[in-house]
Design a protein around this ligand. Structure first.
Ligand code: 13P
Length: 336
């Protein structure tokens, strides 16, 4: 069997009518999600929850790839099938989060830089051995008084580009995720300015590191008002300004843009994605616009499950419903 090229894999990740399931929560973050529904953060419960997600019949109809966390790639599902195998059975490509987290940026209180470059080449080899086809690295940009600093933007853009180059060298597609956080009282205009500046620096660094734009996927946040903004901009404005930002920053060679949900409500994220695809269709934009949601796909299922085996089927139905609706939104065909 021929190994698909980087570019083929990147295109398959953003195939029409499909998106990406982000389920790469680190053990502490997964714990927060589980504890919010009264489930203890044990390995057994994490396996049970991730088996629920990946064992959902029909998931592969809407999901091209799933981003896993290191421990999940090495575990077996509750039914005794390895998680990468379970994914293969569903026709879903396995991906892996490879950064080691956002840490405090020295001399810049309240700002973060994502770490994980040391030893990454060796880890990528190992992940390939487990069947991973793509990777993810998330940079976090905070909006606030005097934030983001140039130091923060530049350190994160540089790290993202070095990560992306290492991935491509290893034959893995990098998902490049610069997340401008929704937290704060900022307006949509500020979100626009910060997101343009962030993405410009990211693509500049990707170019300088010789990353092939056709063999990567961008995972940005939407241009959106902060959660504490007194007057939050409407859906049409989010769609319009997010597209304007992408047009100012993203090369046409990038095959697809897979948005994060970033704490938006699940229906809100779906409506925004749909609105962007309606506009993108009119304007014949060059990239596929789809989703790589974690919370906006998982939350309804998690709330129904609550760790009870008896709730497995309704929880899976809820996940499949969100996956289907987001798949529709990724083609501008969501109208519920
Ligand atoms: P959310 O969709 O919950 O923002 O998560 C996406 C993700 O993968 C963050 O890194």
């Amino acid at each position: 069997m021929n190994t698909p090229s980087l570019r083929e894999t990147a295109r398959a990740m953003v195939a029409p009518g499909k998106g990406i399931l982000a389920m790469d929560e680190s053990t502490p973050t997964c714990g927060k999600r589980l504890e919010a529904v009264g489930v203890e953060n044990t390995e057994e419960n994490r396996i049970a929850y991730r088996s629920l997600l990946l064992g959902t019949p029909g998931l592969g109809d809407y999901i091209s790839g799933a981003i896993l966390y290191d421990e999940t790639l090495r575990q077996q599902s509750a039914e005794g099938v390895s998680f990468p195998q379970l994914l293969q059975q569903q026709g879903i490509m396995p991906g892996i989060k490879v950064d080691t987290g956002a840490k405090e940026l020295a001399l810049h209180a309240g700002e973060k830089v994502t770490e994980g470059l040391d030893g990454l080449r060796e880890r990528l080899e190992e992940y390939r051995g487990f069947g991973a086809r793509f990777c993810k690295w998330r940079a976090v940009i905070t909006i606030g008084e005097f934030k983001p600093s140039i130091a923060c933007l530049q350190a994160n853009a540089h790290a993202l580009a070095r990560y992306a180059a290492l991935c491509q060298e290893a034959g893995l597609v990098p998902i490049v995720e610069p997340e401008v956080l929704i937290n704060g009282a900022h307006t949509l205009e500020t979100s626009y300015d910060v997101t343009v500046e962030t993405q410009r620096r990211v693509f500049d660094q990707l170019y300088r590191q010789d990353v092939d734009f056709a063999g990567m996927v961008l995972k940005p946040s939407m241009v959106i008002s902060g959660t504490d903004c007194p007057q939050r901009a409407p859906m049409e404005e989010v769609a319009e300004q997010t597209l304007r930002c992408l047009q100012q920053t993203v090369p046409a060679a990038v095959p697809g843009i897979a948005f994060l949900s970033g704490g938006q409500g699940d229906e809100e994220a779906t409506r925004h994605l749909n609105a962007m695809n309606l506009l993108a269709r009119e304007r014949a934009l060059p990239w596929r616009l789809t989703f790589s949601f974690a919370r906006a796909l998982q939350n309804p299922a998690l709330k129904i499950w609550q760790g009870e085996p008896a709730n497995l089927d309704p929880a899976r139905k809820a996940l499949l419903a969100r996956a289907r609706l987001n798949a529709l939104a990724s083609s501008g065909e969501y109208n519920e």
